[in-house]
Design a protein around this ligand. Sequence first.
Ligand code: NAI
Length: 302
Amino acid sequence: MSEINFNGRVAIITGAGAGLGRQYALELAKRGAKVVVNDLGGSRDGSGQGTSAADKVVDEIKAGGGEAIANYDNVALVEGGENIVKAAVENFGKVDILVNNAGIVRDKTFNKMDEPTWDVVMNVHLKGAFCVTRPAFINMRENNYGRIVMTTSSSGMYGNFGQSNYAAAKLGLLGLVNVLKLEGGKYNIKSNLIGPTAATRFTEDVFPPELFAKMKPDFVAPAVLYLCSEDCTDSGMVINAAAGYYSRSAIVTGPGAILSDGVKIPSPEDIKDNWKKITSLDNPEYYYQSTDMFKAFAELLK
Ligand code: NAI
């Protein structure tokens, strides 16, 4: 088995001062990457800021013989994203790897969801991915190489009570990756998503203590490292990782039902009578891009 290494590679990890991001940064550095450790240093809900979180991880990397610099910019600002990428380019010459990991939570049921609570979560996760990825993507295009990992969540893929802002942002990242995988294709830029489950301050009140103890971020890092590596040539995938279990999630389309000869318009009753067939997920199709879906429709309707 050939060993995956990141010698000569430059990686940006956002929110790398704690939890999952810290683990990715340490492991990438151990395998040779030069790492920009970004972290605003705030609390779980995004309030406050400080430099010590990122500094500590940089110190750990350096103590282990690796190379890293700290950055304290806010991913939710265009200027913040530009500064993070500038830090990579000015110190290490380029960006090969970007892991958009920074995140906060502000849970409220939807009837109580106010605009500031909605915006702050969308801004860190979804706009933050735009702010950091765009300048990084431009640099990757110039170098004809890039590996981008975004962080999604089962909250977005399946729903989680009280997390409408977070769920919408997390699934929005899948839409972003679906386009980046196409636009980065000819430049060897691969974009994928990690769906982690791990014991961090994010989840300290979610899992019972015996489960929490087993969910070390260490188990998620190998999947992220593979997605960041030259060896990974897939793009557009969602990889779930938790405590030694790894799987893929995807949006798929069921076989459906043809209810018209293309002339007669079906009635709402026709939809009702065929609901089971319309909603069946037996033998689903995965489409790499939306035009593949249109082609399949055109074929079916012939
Ligand atoms: P964490 O709270 O330990 O780490 C998140 C880091 O992001 C913190 O160090 C924080 O200071 C930093 N951060 C927050 N806002 C920032 C900003 N605007 N700019 C720069 N840095 C910022 O949480 P954890 O669990 O490590 O989360 C990492 C990612 O994984 C997040 O995107 C989260 O949504 C996602 N996630 C985590 C799960 C879990 O089971 N722990 C489950 C699903 C998703």
